[in-house]
Structures are given as structure tokens and as C-alpha cells.
Design a protein around this ligand. Structure first.
Ligand code: NAG
Ligand code: NAG
Length: 820
């Protein structure tokens, strides 16, 4: 009971032809099944309807196709029995047709399953009838192929090899059959191409591979469009944008812009000073194009001096660059990219000299002191100057300070000789500070100084000079021997031994006696001592020379005239020359003599000088004082009045003659005057009293003589006895005692036997002269009379001035003192 329930689906418009072919096709496939169903369960009706039909769209006239009256369907309450399909398909009982109840999306309903159909039963009662209906949902190309992403980003190295696969991509199209995804295409295909592959589940995917090599340096990015198309009508497509970033490959090496770089740097350039910059280019991008700079094969010295900036290739100063250490540096520099490629270059740095070194002065030889008699041109010192700078910075001018008698000469390069120029005189300049100045020719110039002190040594070129051109002094006669009269003083402008002066008396004679026996000079201090007591009446002045001699070799000396005047003392009494005392005589005054008659003249002399010899006369005693007068100045005795008869014939006058010294000395003389006309008658008278006196004198004399003789005899015998006693006692002792008794020795005496007899004391002197005149040229005199001169070394106060002088001279040899 086959029912051809098939009916042409009444599609809309142009879809009908397509629907028919499909239905036929489906029919053939399932014919057997349909037949079976129709037989057993009342038959089956198949419809097909495209998806996406509007609500109410006609699906199939089931009443007609089943051959049932629509009324029967209504009365039989035909209805669709289905678990799921009832929502999509609705049964119109009135017309007995099936319509779309709800929009049907095949892709939602069945996915990729084909064919997609809805199966349900239409059931009727009275009598009960069950009809199976299958509504096949036909696919409509309502979906375009769709890629999962809109854009795919790829990063591909430019070094990628052609043929390398980069992408597997697929698009999906939920439609089925011809409406499903059919093909892919790529645009452009300059570098890439695609292959369409089918996966085991039948879906098509695409593989994109590199067709031609990339070059980032030409084109660093690509945009491709991959299009997927289905086979529907109209055809639908989907695209994806493929952005390709061409990644750099390290296919370029860094290249320095120069194979050799040259730069100059000033020495002592401050840290951080830019010397130069090297630069290398690398066409690569990113790390492969990122060039860093490094020193290669570098010494530690260069590391200390220069810094290289890794990133920009700048070479800066890091340490102290010293031209004097190194004038030239060669640095090897490498440029590296981060992919291991490198290039190297050479940097030559020339250091420019800066005048940074002061000249150095070194004293190579120096002779100090030099003698003041050095001839002009004598070499004093040799100096060496150095300046490590180069060029004019190292050229040195050397000079010395002005106003010194020295000059400087360059002998060798950088060697200078200091020479004397002109005479030297230690007495004017005992030392010189000589300053050497070395100046280089740099800008600004640098200089240094060195001062040496040159001492001038003494030469005995100055004789002693006395303070005065001559000396005069006065000494009172009757001085004590050893008296220091005065001192001479000489100076010597040399120094030390050359200035050590000793004094001595230049010997000459005064009246046949050497002057050295009158005077001595202390060789140390020039004090002149009188060796004797002088007598003005014998010598009134001395003139001699004192020599001052220095201790140089040979010694120099000079002499000075010393004049010593002896000053008079009133040590001589007047001497009366007339009238002579020994003869008895008388002056005759005739009675007729007038008033003022010159009786006689007392004549006296005084060997002293000056006031001491200025005499005055006075009448001391007279028989008649009214009769005579004495001229006080001239000693003339004259009558004062007329002689009368009452006057005694014998007149006796005593005249005193006084000098004017302090104290004054005097002498007296007796003058006999006879007031008579003739002499003889008077003579006896005068001789009487002279005789009387003589007699008395004689008697006394004899008595004294007798007494003396007796005394002498007595003492003589006494002396003899004692002498004998002593002699015997000594003889007994001499055998066991060696020291002999000191027998006083009196050397030969010099007795002042001056005829005047005017010395108040008579001295006998021993003249003791030491042979070493330096130690003591002073002569002491010891009077032979027992008590007068004492040597008293312990007494200090009396001649302290002597000691002081000796102390100053540092010589205490002759501290013996003289005391009278
Ligand atoms: C030389 O220099 C020294 C020390 O500076 C100084 O004491 C002395 O007086 C100077 N001498 C001369 C002659 O200028
Ligand atoms: C003393 O000095 C003079 C020059 O002043 C000289 O002619 C004379 O020889 C000197 N006399 C002695 C003894 O040295």
C-alpha cells in the first residue's frame, strides 16, 4: 500500500527547483524505509521545508496527501504528537495543512548533521489513525564562513626560510553541503602562500607558508588578508587580517665610521672632559642594531685614564693625564651588537703638553766658604735646572738676584756656573744670600727659586788700626813702679785669629837706656805700665812707639806714637848758691850807706819746674829787723834806714827761701853783715861765734864716735858668738834634712844716686822681665828696702780694674797684684 505522499514542496520563488531535486534525492535513499513504515504503521509522509521560513508558512497539505477529508480530521481531532517538533510545526485542522509555527534554524536544530529533519506523528481518533510525518529542514546559505578572530598578529624573523609554515587557520561555516566552507584565498601572495588542507573530519583548513624571503630592512611589516568562501548562492565569505611584523635578524654587522680615529687631549684635562666619540652603525634593529662600545686588549693604565661610554661611544678623561708620562695612546675599541657581531677600530690620542711642571733647581756643587781674596771668575757653585715639560714649556732661563758680586753662566745645556764677579770683602759682606731663579717659557711661565748662603772666609788683609793717630799721657813723677798709665787700643776688622791683636813696645832708647826698661805694654789689653818711678828733673818726656800686631799669617801690624809727659812734683827744696855757707864771711855796710843800700843778694835755685821752682824770699830772723829788708822776689837785701852808731856792728840775718809748691819747700841761709867801713876788724868777731859753734859740734862728734865704737865692738863680738853657735847647729842638722834654709838674695842694686838728694825715699829695684811678653809684659819692682813692696795675690779689691780687663781678655795668667 504505497502512497505516493510525495508532493512538491511549494517553495517560495526560485527555490522550488532546488527543493525538488533534493526531495528526489532523499526519496531514493529512503524509499525502502518509507515503504516499510507505510505498510506497518499506516504509511509515512515526508515534507521538506527550507529553514528560516516565516511563521505560518505552508509546509504540506497533509489531508490531501493522506487522502483524508479535512472534516474527518477535524472530527477525529487530529493533532501532532511529538516530543520536540510541535513547537516548530503547527497543524491547521480547518484546511488540513501543516504550517511553520516557529522560525526554524537548521544550524541550531541539527548542527552539521544532514539531513536535518523533524519527525512527528499526526494522530486522529474515531477511528484511531496514526500517521508519521517527517519534515526535512533544508539548508539555506544563511551563514558566512567565520574566522575566530578578526586579526591575527604574527612576528616573523626576516631570516625565516621560504617554505616555513607559519599559520594553520580555519574558518567555520555552520551551513552544510554546498553552503558550507569551500575554499580559502590569500592576498597578497608576494611573500606568503597558502595550502588548503582537509582535516580527517572533513573540514578544510589553510596552511600559510613563506614563499619568498623577508627583509626587514626593506619592509618591516606586511598585512595579508585571508578569505574563506562557501559554495552557497550567493556565495558568502569571511576574512581575517593577518598582520605580520617582520622581525629583525642580526644580518648586519656594526661598522665604525672610521677605521682610525685621532684625537688630542690636553694634559691635566679635568675629569669628564670629552676626548672624542667613536661611532659605529648597525642596520639591524633592536638588540641586533644596538651597538655598544668596549675597549679591547686594554692596559690597566688606559682604564685608569680614559672612560668609554658603552652606549654612545664617547671617550672621556677619567684620570690624570700626564704628558710627561706618556705622550701618545693607542686604544683599540670594539663595537658590538647584541647578536654577537662586532667591528673594531683604533683611536690614537695625542696628549698636548701643558706647562705644569715648575723648573727644578739642583745644586750640583757648592763651595762655601770661599776666601775673600778669590779672584774674579772663581767658580762658586754649579747648578742644574730641569723642567720635564717639552717644547718652550721646558725651556728654562736661569738668573740670580741683583746687587751681588756674582754672575751666572750657562756652560752646558741646563747647567749653570756661579762665578765671582769683582772683589769680595768679608769685612763689608761676610755672607751673601744668592737666589737662583729658574723660569720656563710657558704661558703662564712657572718659576722656582733656590737660595744658598755663601760665606766669605777671612783673609788677613786688614792691619790693626789704632783708635788714635797718636797718644799722649801724663805721669806724675815719683810714681809707684807698675803704675798703669793708660791704654792704647787698636781694632782689626778681620776676624778670629786674624783680628787677635797683641801689643808690644817698639824698642828705642831714651838717653842710652832702652825704653822697654821704662815702660811695658800688656800684650792683651794695651795697658801701658810705668816700670820705674820717674824723676821729672831727669827726664821730662818719653816718646816711643807701640806696635799692634794681629795673629794672621803673615801677621799685619801698625804702630802708634805714644808720648808720655812726666809731671813735676815739688820734690826739690830751693838750693842757695850764694852766699856760700861754708866760708865765714860778712857783707860790709858802711855806716854812711844810704837808705835802700844793696847789702847783698841771696841767690837760690829750685830744680823743680813751674810753681815748684818759683821762689820767694823772706827775712826770718834779724838782729835788727828794722834795718834790713829782703826783696821777696829777687832776694836782694837792702837797708831800710840810715845806719846809726847805736846799731851793733855785727848784724846776723836769716833769710828763708821758699818755693811755691804744695806743700812748699824751703831753705834758709845766714847772712852776716858788718856795719863797718872795712872788713878785717870784723873778721875775728865773726869767726868767734863760728868757731864756738864748730867746737861744740866737734865735741859732740867725738862723743858720738866713741859711743859708736864701743857699741860696734860689743855687737860684733855678740854676732860672732851667735854665728858660731848657729853654724854648729846647722852642721849637725844638714845630714838628715835636705831642704836648705832660704837665704835671701838681693840682686844687684840700682841706686838712685842723683846728686840732688831730693828723693824722699830711696829705692833699689829689681827689674824682672818675663821672657814671654804675651803673658806678662808687666814688670814689677821690688824695693830692696825691706818693707815697701808686697806681693799680695789674695787681695782683690785694690786693683779690681786690672782684673776686669784681664777677665775680658779671658786670660787669668797674671792675677798677681801689686800693692805698695
Ligand atoms: C741670608 O738669609 C738668612 C736666612 O734667611 C738671614 O738670616 C740672613 O740675614 C741673610 N743674609 C744676608 C746677608 O742677607
Ligand atoms: C811704624 O809705622 C810706620 C808707618 O806708619 C812705618 O813706616 C814704620 O816702619 C813703622 N815702624 C815700626 C818699628 O814698625
Amino acid at each position: 500500500m504505497f502512497r505516493s505522499g510525495l508532493r512538491l514542496t511549494r517553495g517560495r520563488g526560485g527555490q522550488n527547483a532546488f527543493s525538488i531535486t533534493r526531495i528526489v534525492h532523499l526519496f531514493q535513499n529512503q524509499l525502502i524505509l518509507v515503504l516499510c513504515l507505510a505498510e506497518i504503521a499506516f504509511g509515512q509522509i515526508r515534507y521538506s521545508v527550507p529553514e528560516e521560513m516565516k511563521r505560518g508558512s505552508f509546509v504540506g497539505n497533509i489531508a490531501q496527501d493522506l487522502g483524508i477529508d479535512p472534516k474527518r480530521m477535524k472530527s477525529g481531532s487530529a493533532r501532532i504528537v511529538s516530543s520536540d517538533s510541535s513547537e516548530y510545526i503547527e497543524l491547521h485542522l480547518d484546511k488540513g495543512i501543516l504550517v511553520v509555527r516557529e522560525r526554524i534554524d537548521r544550524e541550531q536544530l541539527c548542527g552539521q548533521t544532514t539531513p536535518c529533519s523533524l519527525s512527528f506523528e499526526v494522530i486522529m481518533s474515531n477511528p484511531m489513525q496514526l500517521h508519521s510525518v517527517v519534515v526535512e529542514i533544508l539548508d539555506v546559505n544563511d551563514n558566512a564562513p567565520l574566522f575566530t578572530e578578526n586579526e591575527i598578529k604574527l612576528e616573523i624573523s626576516e631570516s625565516a626560510l621560504p617554505g616555513t609554515l607559519f599559520l594553520q587557520e580555519s574558518a567555520t561555516d555552520p551551513d552544510v553541503g554546498i553552503n558550507a566552507l569551500q575554499s580559502y584565498s590569500l592576498n597578497p601572495t608576494t611573500h606568503f602562500n597558502i595550502k588548503i588542507q582537509t582535516s580527517p573530519d572533513g573540514s578544510k583548513y589553510v596552511e600559510m607558508f613563506l614563499r619568498a624571503p623577508l627583509d626587514r630592512e626593506k619592509e618591516d611589516s606586511l598585512v595579508l588578508t585571508l578569505t574563506a568562501v562557501d559554495g552557497g548562492e550567493p556565495q558568502r565569505s569571511g576574512t581575517v587580517r593577518i598582520s605580520i611584523l617582520v622581525l629583525d635578524a642580526n644580518d648586519n654587522v656594526p661598522v665604525f665610521t672610521q677605521s682610525v680615529y685621532k684625537a688630542d687631549v690636553m694634559e691635566n684635562a679635568p675629569k669628564g672632559t670629552l676626548v672624542t666619540a667613536v661611532s659605529a652603525a648597525d642596520a639591524d634593529d633592536g638588540l641586533y642594531g644596538h651597538v655598544t662600545y668596549h675597549f679591547a686588549r686594554i692596559s690597566s693604565e688606559i682604564v685608569e685614564l680614559f672612560a668609554l661610554d658603552e652606549t654612545n661611544g664617547e671617550i672621556t678623561v677619567r684620570g690624570v693625564i700626564d704628558y710627561e708620562k706618556n705622550k701618545h695612546y693607542e686604544l683599540s675599541i670594539q663595537a658590538k651588537d647584541q647578536g654577537g657581531h662586532m667591528d673594531s677600530t683604533k683611536l690614537i690620542i695625542d696628549v698636548t703638553d701643558v706647562n705644569d711642571n715648575t723648573p727644578v733647581i739642583a745644586l750640583t756643587s757648592f763651595s762655601s766658604p770661599i776666601s775673600e781674596d778669590s779672584v774674579s771668575g772663581t767658580t762658586v757653585a754649579i747648578i742644574n735646572v730641569k723642567d720635564p715639560d717639552s717644547g718652550i714649556n721646558g725651556q728654562i732661563d736661569c738668573s740670580i738676584n741683583k746687587h751681588v758680586p756674582f754672575t751666572i753662566k750657562s756652560t752646558l745645556k741646563n747647567y749653570y756656573t756661579l762665578l765671582t764677579e769683582g772683589p769680595l770683602d768679608r769685612e763689608r759682606n761676610g755672607e751673601y744670600n744668592i737666589t737662583f731663579t729658574a723660569v720656563d717659557k710657558g704661558t703662564p711661565p712657572l718659576s722656582s727659586n733656590k737660595t744658598v748662603t755663601l760665606k766669605i772666609s777671612d783673609v788677613n788683609d786688614n792691619a790693626p788700626v789704632f783708635e788714635r793717630s797718636f797718644y799722649t799721657a801724663r805721669v806724675m813723677e815719683n810714681n809707684v813702679p807698675g803704675l798703669s798709665v793708660f791704654s792704647v787700643q787698636a781694632r782689626d776688622s778681620d776676624c778670629n785669629q786674624n783680628a787677635r791683636i797683641s801689643y808690644l813696645v817698639v824698642d828705642s832708647e831714651v838717653g842710652g837706656i832702652p825704653v822697654s826698661s821704662y815702660f811695658s805694654v800688656n800684650s792683651e789689653n794695651g795697658v801701658i805700665h810705668a816700670l820705674r818711678s820717674f824723676d821729672y828733673e831727669k827726664i821730662k818726656a818719653f816718646q816711643f812707639r807701640v806696635k799692634a800686631q794681629d795673629g794672621g799669617s803673615p801677621p799685619l801690624s801698625s804702630n802708634v806714637t805714644v808720648k808720655i809727659f812726666i809731671q813735676d812734683q815739688n820734690d826739690n827744696a830751693p838750693q842757695i848758691l850764694y852766699p856760700v855757707q861754708t866760708t865765714v864771711s860778712a857783707e860790709i855796710v858802711p855806716p854812711s850807706a844810704e837808705v835802700g843800700y844793696l847789702v847783698t843778694k841771696v841767690v837760690a835755685v829750685d830744680v823743680d819746674a813751674g810753681q815748684n821752682a818759683w821762689l820767694s824770699y823772706k827775712l826770718l830772723k834779724a838782729t835788727d829787723r828794722a834795718l834790713f829788708e829782703v826783696g821777696p822776689q829777687n832776694g836782694e837785701i837792702r837797708t831800710l834806714r840810715q845806719v846809726t852808731d847805736k846799731d851793733a856792728v855785727k848784724q846776723r840775718l836769716t833769710v828763708v827761701v821758699e818755693d811755691n809748691g804744695q806743700p812748699s819747700l824751703s831753705a834758709t841761709v845766714n847772712v852776716n853783715v858788718a856795719l863797718a867801713d872795712s872788713f878785717p876788724e870784723m873778721l875775728s868777731e865773726f869767726s868767734d861765734f863760728t868757731h864756738d859753734k864748730n867746737y861744740n859740734d866737734n865735741l859732740t862728734f867725738y862723743l858720738v864716735m866713741a859711743l859708736a865704737v864701743v857699741s860696734f865692738l860689743f855687737i860684733s863680738s855678740l854676732v860672732v858668738i851667735i854665728s858660731v853657735k848657729i853654724y854648729r847647729w846647722r852642721q849637725s842638722r844638714i845630714f838628715y834634712q835636705s831642704n836648705l834654709p832660704i837665704i835671701p838674695y838681693y840682686p844687684p842694686r840700682y841706686a838712685d844716686a842723683g846728686g840732688t838728694g831730693t828723693l824722699q825715699h830711696v829705692y833699689n829695684y829689681e827689674v824682672c822681665r818675663t821672657t814671654d811678653s804675651r803673658k806678662s809684659d808687666c814688670t814689677f819692682m821690688r824695693p830692696c828696702s825691706q818693707s815697701v813692696l808686697m806681693l799680695d795675690p789674695s787681695s782683690t779689691e785694690t786693683m779690681q780694674h786690672v782684673q776686669k780687663e784681664e777677665h775680658l781678655l779671658g786670660d787669668s795668667d797674671s792675677s798677681a797684684e801689686v800693692r805698695l
